[in-house]
Design a protein around this ligand. Structure first.
Ligand SMILES: [Ca+2]
Ligand SMILES: [Ca+2]
Ligand SMILES: [Ca+2]
Length: 276
């Protein structure tokens, strides 16, 4: 936030019958009063934002995956026109002078990477002010190879409630999120993945799935999704079905004993039996 500066303008008082304080003049020329008018300025940097937060995921501040970004200018002093460009001389990818609006859109040059966007505003008094802002354009989805998901990749038979590692490799991006990995599972051979295992995981290559869900299915698959800072996503899934099975119902041991130990005397021993 910059320091706001004012200058005084003398303006004609619109109604000579209305009480006017701090007025000067009179007669046929009317009366005049002075008002404080903020000098033209832009406060803060040019704010650049991703224009669509659902394609497919929201972008972090300072990143966009759309070539056209939203521009917000915080201006004082009644700007009437503005110009946007990617250099301080306003010659590279310039909009030319256009009517001022606080919020507008600007189409970046057609290459991924960090972009500086410069804005200049001007008003009817001939004043002008300029500022710049930075945004990174990233339209490249994360690298997630078709065999990124290493386990479970099909054929595993795991017990419900047990603990197993989900492992992956080869996930990368120039602007990967700090915690980019989401894991889900399907019980319909991968037609749908409505069940979340974990979100916001580091790209460490392993996650301990503990406990496995209490399901009994031979058509389970895992979906791994990686997200970058601009909201681009890529995925890999288990190449084939694996099984999460219910534990075999049973008891670990039982005993058979005389139900009446005083008819007329106790029986000698119980007979222990073990079953599984
Ligand atoms: Ca977007
Ligand atoms: Ca990317
Ligand atoms: Ca795969």
């Amino acid at each position: 936030m910059g320091l706001r500066r004012y200058r005084y303008l003398w303006q004609r008082w619109p109604n000579s019958n209305f009480p006017c304080f701090n007025c000067h003049g009179g007669g046929s020329e009317g009366r005049y009063y002075k008002t404080a008018v903020p000098e033209l300025m832009l406060s803060g940097a040019v704010v650049l934002q991703d224009i669509n937060s659902n394609d497919p995921a929201p972008a972090e501040s300072g990143y966009a995956n759309n070539q056209t970004v939203q521009v917000t200018l915080y201006a004082w002093g009644f700007p009437t026109e503005m110009i946007l460009a990617e250099n301080a001389a306003f010659t590279v990818n310039s909009t030319g002078w256009i009517p001022f609006t606080k919020t507008s859109s600007y189409t970046l040059t057609n290459s991924d990477g960090s972009k500086n966007v410069y804005a200049k505003v001007r008003n009817a008094l001939g004043e002008s002010a300029s500022k710049s802002g930075t945004i990174t354009l990233d339209r490249t989805s994360p690298t997630v190879p078709a065999n990124a998901l290493l386990s479970p990749n099909g054929g595993e038979v795991w017990d419900q409630g047990s603990s197993h590692a989900i492992t992956w490799s080869g996930v990368s991006d120039t602007y990967l999120k700090a915690s980019p990995i989401t894991l889900k599972y399907s019980i319909d051979s991968g037609s749908t993945y409505p069940n979340t295992i974990a979100t916001g995981l580091a790209n460490s290559g392993t996650y301990t799935w503990n406990p496995l869900p209490m399901i009994n299915s031979t058509t389970v698959r895992v979906l791994l999704t990686a997200t970058d800072r601009a909201g681009n996503q890529s995925s890999d899934v288990s190449n084939a079905n694996f099984t999460i099975q219910a534990l075999t119902p049973g008891v670990s041991s039982f005993t058979v004993s005389d139900s009446n130990s005083s008819d007329p005397a106790p029986a000698e021993v119980d007979i222990p039996m073990v079953a599984r």
